[in-house]
Design a binder for this molecule. Structure first.
Ligand code: AMP
Length: 207
């Protein structure tokens, strides 16, 4: 199985589509955002280090991320990288311990992602993601899957969203040209329903 990177701005739908791709294609899911949130929740030394960066919408330092990912990657399984790499240095670091076969770039306008992030809520127990406008839970405030309480992520508050965008444009957007130059990038329009985005990516993966 191939190693695939999901690239795109915050709110492009990486986490949502990753959950379905993992089910369908049996990837090992490596979401650095989820891993960091778990470390913060457990108050580990890594969590304590990451917390401030995350609250400000800044990136956690490359070396920290690379060592965390390196420990998680399993050479025997295809990996779906979600929210990683986020800098050229991370992309270069990743190539030192595993290969990348394909990069899916989720393309969406900034206006649309701001709208999505401001209406996003997540389950505080299992991490499932909802959108109050386009994908509301069946029961208000409760997770469809586990019944957990739905909350807004601290970093989805408007001030932090603006910072995350600026950081994305400065540090992560150059990855598009980086991977395009290597002939590894496939663009997928992400201004569509989660199901359409999933189908489009599934088609790329099957081809
Ligand atoms: P995400 O859930 O992917 O939006 O990540 C939430 C936050 O975790 C980001 O705003 C960063 O502070 C941090 N983070 C996640 N992935 C990375 C990464 N690959 N490099 C640096 N920081 C990251």
């Amino acid at each position: 199985m191939k190693n695939v990177v999901l690239l795109g701005p915050p709110g492009a739908g990486k986490g949502t589509v990753a959950a379905r791709l993992v089910q369908e294609f049996k990837f090992l899911h490596v979401s650095t955002g989820d891993m960091l949130r778990e470390e913060v929740a457990q108050n580990t030394p890594l969590g304590q280090l990451a917390k401030g960066y995350m609250a400000r919408g800044e990136l956690v330092p490359d070396e920290v991320i690379l060592s965390m990912v390196r420990q998680r990657v399993d050479a025997k399984k295809g990996v779906l990288f979600d929210g990683f790499p986020r800098t050229i240095a991370q992309a270069e670091g990743l190539e030192r311990f595993t290969t990348v076969d394909l990069v899916i770039f989720l393309e969406v306008e900034q206006e649309e992602v701001v709208r999505r992030l401001s209406s996003r809520v997540v389950c505080s127990a299992c991490g499932a993601v909802y959108n109050l406008i386009t994908q509301p839970p069946r029961v208000q405030g409760k997770c469809d899957q586990c019944g957990g309480t739905l909350v807004q992520r601290e970093d989805d508050k408007p001030e932090v969203v603006a910072r995350r965008f600026a950081v994305y444009m400065r540090d992560s957007a150059p990855l598009v040209a980086y991977y395009e130059g290597r002939g590894m990038l496939r663009r997928v329009r992400a201004d569509r329903s989660p199901d359409e985005v999933f189908q489009a990516i599934a088609e790329v993966l099957r081809s």
